[in-house]
Design a protein around this ligand. Structure first.
Ligand code: ATP
Ligand code: MG
Length: 444
């Protein structure tokens, strides 16, 4: 901890006024003196004039040294004037991070507001190891008490929730003995650790997903170059599998690019108003051949039209495509997929919601998986998803698009009874006073 200094340190103090003005005043004073000497008869007028001119020339030449830039006072040492214990406590209180001041006997003498919020109210003189159940921190304080210099340790807390902290321990008072105090400053690293873990997982997952089809491609190439070189039938079959794997890799790269594009724009809301009805209908129609191939009937019910929202047409089409594709892929045993577009009133001053629900009657999703489905690469059954050509990015893309649109995605499912994925968006313009709250924008 670096305490603030009240002194101006080694900054130079300068005389006031500009050097030119000060020179003019000095020359004026000299002129006055020589005039007096001349009038009093002490100097002959010519001698007085010559003496004045000589002295003026000398003073002007030497002026920068004599009066221009010489420091008026010596640099003051970098000291903290008047810092006492109450200043120290006020300073600790002002810190945004939790901190404790402990004595050399490892008793807590003070906690700041942030520490009270984190650890609850601590009685003065309570032992540090009662307050922080982290032996690493107590050991660090002991080391600093012994004069071994500042220490930084990280520790992990499991209760009530998993959290990572970094504790910095330093001596903060100069005196030795019972009055000396040591600072234990805590920094919550949980969020940083979570982001770091997500980043590492993401890289590991992405490389794994790319490596699998790549390994398969390399295997087939080697077989075609070797044992199957002259086997026309095998060549046909292998090339087909290779094409599937290559398409899979290309889709994975497209999905990754989509995700990072949407993330880059996450803070910018789309700037156009679009009607959801034709978008939903168009995507459903485009999915018909895929559904028919799986023996699934797609039914679309548009209850009202137009249903205008502030949105990006392509991104919204991607949301519906990913949801319908999943419903067909995972719920084909149910035989049909229903898509519904409706408006739904919401309480208070909130605008009506435009709701699109994609429902299937397949095997459904066990409840413990539902909260994690929108994580990148998360799949209930990895092998089955891979068999179906899935990469586990579809719902992550949906979630990111919804975040950008300030919308929500809800998932309802009961095992054995299918699943319903709904997206909620604010209706823009149109009817009623509720709707007026939406940003009025030009229709696309
Ligand atoms: N309608 C559904 N019924 C049952 N399970 C589903 C349904 N939709 C999604 N899931 C489960 O959620 C997982 C994640 O879905 P997501 O769309 O993110 O990835 P994917 O479909 O496996 O791959 P991708 O969409 O990238 O091709 C799926 O692997 C599947 O286990
Ligand atoms: Mg999917």
């Amino acid at each position: 901890m670096t305490l603030p200094s009240e002194s101006s340190g080694s900054r130079e103090a300068r005389p006031t006024g500009s050097p030119r003005l000060r020179l003019a005043v000095a020359l004026g004073a000299m002129a006055g003196l020589f005039l007096l000497l001349m009038l009093s008869g002490a100097l002959h007028p010519w001698i007085a004039v010559l003496s004045f001119l000589t002295a003026a020339a000398v003073v002007s030449a030497a002026w920068p040294v004599l009066g221009g830039h010489i420091p008026a006072t010596a640099p003051t040492p970098n000291v903290i004037a008047g810092t006492d214990r109450s200043d120290l406590l006020a300073f600790a209180e002002a810190l945004p991070d939790p901190c404790l001041l402990v004595d050399r006997y490892m008793r807590v003498r003070h906690q700041n507001g942030a520490a009270a919020e984190l650890l609850g109210k601590v009685e003065s003189t309570q032992p540090l190891n009662f307050v922080l159940r982290a032996p690493e921190v107590s050991e660090a304080v002991l080391e600093v008490v012994k004069g071994r210099g500042p220490r930084v340790v990280t520790y992990f807390e499991k209760v009530p929730v998993d959290r990572w902290f970094e504790a910095t321990v330093r001596r903060v008072t100069r005196e030795q003995g019972p009055q000396e105090l040591f600072l234990v400053l805590l920094r919550d690293l949980t969020e940083a650790q979570r982001v770091e873990r997500m980043r590492a997982d993401f890289v590991a997952n992405a490389s794994h997903e790319l490596r699998t089809p790549l390994a398969s491609l390399i295997g087939f190439i080697e077989t075609l170059q070797g044992p199957a070189r002259n086997d026309a039938k095998a060549r046909e079959r292998f090339l087909e599998v290779m094409a599937v794997q290559a398409r899979r890799m290309s889709r994975l790269i497209d999905d990754l690019m989509s995700l990072s594009r949407i993330e880059l724009k996450a803070h910018m809301r789309p700037g156009t108003v679009v009607d959801l009805a034709p978008i939903v209908e168009h995507v459903a129609e485009a999915m018909q051949p895929l559904a028919a191939g799986q023996g699934v009937e797609i039914r679309v019910e548009v209850r009202e039209r137009p249903v205008q929202v502030v949105g990006d047409r392509d991104e919204l089409a991607q949301v519906f495509q990913n949801l319908i594709h999943n419903a067909v892929k995972y719920g084909h045993s149910g035989g049909s997929v229903e898509i519904e577009l409706r408006r739904q009133a919401r309480g208070g001053t909130r605008p009506e919601a435009a709701v699109v629900t994609v429902r299937d009657h397949g095997p459904g999703i066990p409840p413990e998986h539902i909260p994690r489905l929108t994580e990148r690469f998360y799949r209930v059954d990895v092998a089955s998803s891979r068999d179906k050509g899935g990469t586990g990015l579809g719902l992550a893309i949906v979630k990111h698009i919804m975040t950008r649109h300030r919308g929500q995605l809800t998932i309802e499912s009961e095992v054995g009874k299918g699943a319903a994925f709904s997206v909620f968006l604010d209706v823009a313009g149109g009817r009623g006073k509720d709707v007026a709250a939406a940003t009025p924008m030009a229709a696309e």
